[in-house]
Design a protein around this ligand. Structure first.
Ligand code: HEC
Length: 122
């Protein structure tokens, strides 16, 4: 009885030490309140804009004709892919020439510009 209790304690402590409940706080996700300027993050805003408007053609999951002519080295379905292509992507977004069907709403262009200016926070 005493032995199994000890084992239980050890396991529980192990889980707590490893932060096994996903409770780690990512400082970049903390949004300042009351200041009026909320930071645009990848997880909170940018990912959705790229998912909705770009990955139909620019995705690591698409090859050949399924890319509709999108260059093979421009994939926008991951943070890393976007970060690698942002110096080419943002001018096209701001100019309204991507997606080729007519750009994204001005409000979303402004959000992406803010995200770029902030240094692509996650
Ligand atoms: C319908 C398919 C399609 C969608 C959706 C699309 N693109 Fe493209 N993209 C293309 C094609 C085709 C090209 C190559 C021709 C060109 O550069 O105009 C391209 C080229 C690019 C390039 C390369 C430009 C360079 O420097 O050569 C970037 C960056 C890019 N797209 C970003 C985006 C972004 C950002 C979005 C979403 C806001 C987007 N694209 C949505 C088809 C698409």
């Amino acid at each position: 009885m005493g032995k199994s209790f000890l084992i239980f304690c050890f396991c529980a402590a192990g889980v707590a030490v490893l932060g096994g409940c996903g409770s780690k706080i990512d400082p970049s996700q903390i949004v300042p309140t009351g200041g009026g300027t909320e930071q645009v993050t990848y997880a909170g805003t940018a990912k959705e804009i790229f998912d909705l408007n770009c990955i139909f053609c620019h995705s690591t999951h698409k090859t050949g004709n399924y890319r509709n002519g999108a260059p093979p080295d421009v994939n926008l379905d991951t943070y890393e892919g976007i970060a690698a292509a942002i110096s080419r992507a943002n001018p096209r977004i701001q100019a309204g020439t991507m997606p080729p069907t007519g750009g994204i709403p001005l409000e979303d262009r402004a959000l992406i510009q803010q995200w770029v200016d902030a240094g692509l926070p996650r």
